[in-house]
Write a protein that binds this ligand. Structure first.
Ligand SMILES: Nc1nc2c(c(=O)[nH]1)N[C@H]1C(S)=C(S)[C@@H](COP(=O)(O)OP(=O)(O)OC[C@H]3O[C@@H](n4cnc5c(=O)[nH]c(N)nc54)[C@H](O)[C@@H]3O)O[C@H]1N2
Ligand SMILES: Nc1nc2c(c(=O)[nH]1)N[C@H]1C(S)=C(S)[C@@H](COP(=O)(O)OP(=O)(O)OC[C@H]3O[C@@H](n4cnc5c(=O)[nH]c(N)nc54)[C@H](O)[C@@H]3O)O[C@H]1N2
Ligand code: SF4
Ligand SMILES: [Mo]
Length: 681
């Protein structure tokens, strides 16, 4: 079979590489060697040919004039963005020479990799890079910016990332979108809900701090005060028990601790929960009855509420709900937080921790990047950034920037664009887009593994992450065969995972033939918790210093600023990706802060006026959107906007770098701000 690259014209299967649960099947239309159109693959069993507006305009991004074409080195001061072209040989030589010197004088731990899932491909995000940094013995990065608090919380209850098959939700009668803006962030789950609504009269409930795009299509939107969802879930459990809406035989057979839980939740009566959450007591009762009496009932657990001080406990708690009603055994009932356990590949085969040779290296939580660059002793002397844009996405953004400004920090950035982070680089390397690489993709929502074959030639002198780390390994003089292996070999090594029977038949060869293959996943009867059951009471949590039963803990209120500030993602960007694309920016117009009319009136702020949003860490200038979109005391903004000179749009200059209760998670949404009228504007 000729490779896709060799065919100048045609339609080729592909997969969306972005950090999005849907992981759509794509078709790339190619003419004269160029991709002219990106559309959904109608044969993909879950995504069915529909894709979002972001990716429909992907050709603008992959052929953007602003893409990095060749390696460069810095000319101007850090942050200024002045660079001059160099060759790949010089780039690799410069990095290797500098690192060898650093290893001799300060040790390999003076080098810190920083990456995330700008490209979700397993080889791109956790392949040759991990092998390389293991062999180097560099400081390790704890990649905790996204869902780690929730993942740990879920694991205490369920033992691992096991939810239901989203395809089963075509049977669902009640959907609860809990802290997820699914219209923007999981559109095919919304499509399934809409279909069930049409066909079975299913109802859609949204629980959120913001009347967002998803709330606006709900049958019932329940606004809640930030960080109080655990109390709501406990209040629901109380009513489920007292009104006898629980499934006793399920509780007996499949759970641990339901007797203790029943006693424990008595304290969360509707009046008390109402006082905490801002939800009227009668609504709490009605919600409990709808959930207790509708089957199949499904909860889509979002990422929002776990970006709080108490985020791990939130997920730990609401993942107990389907067990109370026995919904896990009903087709279309249960919950999805994430589903990555069904598609688990063999991480050690891919990442080769053995190359570390049992060295114990220090670990830095990526949410503390600013702090680490400014205060760590012994200091970080070199930073290598790929697949992420920390100058925009990391919390406590002004600290991050001060860290990146350090003259003695040797920074390398590998990206497709001159991102805000790349402006601080000493050496800048151009990255390929995912359509130029071979990789395999494992969704964290649906059950399919998909293959990306390269469809177009690398853009100018751009190279993939795999390729760059092969070159760096050579530059450092590493001779292990681990650095010579091909993409296809890495795919087969990863998929050879005897611990995961669900993917037994999936490998490079079968993927080449079928493009996407479904894991033979069934919801496990015996869960990998210590008891093998769903742990409503968790002895393990007690050992780890947490309350063994789900417990509500209020957010930390560590400042006098009056408004709770929620700075989430928006519809047309993917984190900070696309924030530099004219079309996507045009869709979003400009960044806004949503305020309740009551607060706005007190502040003398009118709808559409510019306001100053500030706290002790920084400030932003945003446009006020006044109405009933949030409860009094709450301010919401959407989008990780670029921070061009002259604009004050860096929302992460306002977010805290406190660490959540579990998993070293980020607390983006637990910060506080003051909003004031912008005078003289
Ligand atoms: N269009 C688009 N899609 C994306 C992304 C993107 O940037 N843009 N990002 C991708 C990534 S990396 C991720 S992790 C996911 C995230 O996608 P989601 O899971 O949707 O998470 P968020 O958008 O962070 O937050 C979801 C909702 O939680 C709400 N929220 C905040 N605090 C609370 C609270 O205390 N209680 C409740 N009930 N709600 C609260 C917010 O208002 C928001 O509407 O989306 C992915 N998909
Ligand atoms: N205030 C606030 N901050 C947040 C969030 C929030 O809700 N609110 N969400 C947080 C969450 S959930 C997440 S996941 C993080 C995400 O934060 P990031 O992981 O930093 O995501 P992006 O901003 O999309 O940046 C990805 C970068 O990778 C580059 N890239 C893409 N493909 C490749 C490749 O193959 N190779 C290389 N070398 N580079 C590539 C892209 O061009 C882009 O610049 O942001 C977090 N930050
Ligand atoms: S960003 Fe999400 S919805 Fe859009 S094409 Fe990619 S996987 Fe599909
Ligand atoms: Mo994320």
């Amino acid at each position: 079979m000729p490779s896709y690259i060799d065919s100048p014209d045609g339609i080729f299967p592909s997969v969306c590489s972005l950090d999005c649960p849907d992981q759509c099947g794509l078709l790339l239309h190619k003419q004269n060697g160029k991709i002219i159109k990106v559309e959904g693959d109608p044969n993909h069993p879950v995504t069915k040919g529909f894709i979002c507006n972001k990716v429909r305009y992907m050709t603008e991004r992959i052929y953007d004039e602003k893409r990095l074409k060749y390696p460069m080195k810095r000319l101007g001061v850090k942050g200024e963005g002045k660079f001059v072209r160099i060759s790949w040989e010089e780039a690799i030589e410069t990095i290797a020479t500098r690192w060898k010197k650093l290893i001799n004088s300060e040790g390999a731990e003076s080098i810190l990799p920083y990456s995330f899932y700008g490209n979700m491909g397993n080889l791109s995000a956790e392949g040759m890079d991990r092998r390389f940094f293991n062999r180097l013995g560099a400081t390790q990065l704890d990649r905790s910016i996204c869902n780690s608090a929730g993942a740990v919380g879920y694991k205490y209850t369920m033992g691992g990332s096991f939810g239901i098959d989203p395809e089963d939700t075509s049977h669902t009668k009640l959907f609860i979108f809990w802290g997820i803006n699914a219209v923007s962030t999981n559109m095919h789950q919304v499509a399934l809900a809409q279909k069930a609504r049409k066909q079975n009269g299913a109802k859609i409930i949204v629980i959120d701090v913001h009347k967002n795009q998803t709330a606006r299509l709900a049958d019932w939107f329940i606004p809640i005060l930030p960080g109080t969802d655990t109390a709501l879930a406990l209040g629901l459990m109380n009513i489920l028990f007292t009104e006898n809406m629980v499934d006793s035989s399920f509780l007996e057979q499949y759970t641990v601790g339901h007797e203790q839980l029943r006693e424990h939740v008595v304290q969360y009566d509707p009046a008390i929960v109402s006082g905490i959450t801002g939800i009227p007591a009668e609504d709490i009762i009605q919600l409990a009855r709808m959930y207790g009496k509708t089957s199949p009932a499904f909860i889509r657990i979002g990422n929002g509420p776990q970006h709080h001080d108490n985020g791990g406990m939130f997920v730990r708690t609401i993942s107990c709900l389907p067990a109370l009603t026995g919904q896990w055994l009903v087709k279309g009932g249960g919950a999805i937080k994430g589903n990555s356990a069904y598609l688990a590949h063999h991480a050690a085969h891919l990442q080769r921790p053995d190359l570390l040779k049992n060295k114990k290296t220090r670990v830095i939580n990526m949410n503390l990047l600013g702090e680490a660059l400014l205060t760590l002793d012994p200091p970080v002397k070199s930073l290598y950034v790929y697949g992420s844009n920390p100058a925009v996405v990391a919390p406590a953004g002004n600290k991050v920037r001060r860290g990146l400004e350090r003259e003695d920090l040797f920074t390398v950035v590998h990206d497709l664009f001159l991102t805000e982070t790349a402006r601080y680089a000493d050496i800048l390397l151009p990255a390929t887009s995912s359509f130029e690489n071979m990789d395999f993709y494992t969704s964290y929502w649906h059950h399919y593994i998909q293959l990306q074959q390269p469809v177009i030639e690398p853009f100018e002198e751009a190279k993939s992450n795999m390729e760059v780390f092969r070159l760096l390994a050579k530059g450092m003089g590493f001779t292990e065969t681990a650095f010579d292996e091909t993409e296809a070999e890495l795919i087969n090594q990863s998929l050879a995972n005897p611990m995961n029977p669900y993917i037994k038949e999936i490998n490079y060869e079968t993927l080449t033939e079928h493009q996407y293959l479904k894991a033979k996943a069934i919801f496990p009867v015996r869960l990998p918790t210590p008891s093998g059951k769903i742990e409503l009471y968790s002895e393990k949590m007690k050992q780890d210093g947490y309350p063994p039963l789900p417990t509500y803990e209020p957010l930390k209120n560590d400042s006098h600023h009056p408004l709770q500030f929620i700075a989430g993602p928006n519809h047309s960007f993917l984190n900070s990706t696309f924030a530099n694309q004219t079309t996507h920016v045009r869709f979003e117009k400009e960044p806004e802060v949503v305020l309740n009319s009551y607060d706005a009136e007190k502040l003398g702020v009118k709808n559409g006026e510019k306001v100053r949003v500030w706290n002790d860490q920084g400030e932003c200038i945003l446009k006020a959107s006044v109405g009933d979109g949030v409860l009094p005391g709450v301010a919401v903004t959407q989008g990780l906007w670029g921070a061009d000179k002259g604009t004050k749009h860096l929302v992460n200059s306002l977010t805290p770098d406190r660490i959540a209760d579990m998993g070293g998670g980020a607390t983006f949404f637990s910060g506080r701000v003051t909003v004031e009228k912008l005078t003289g504007a």
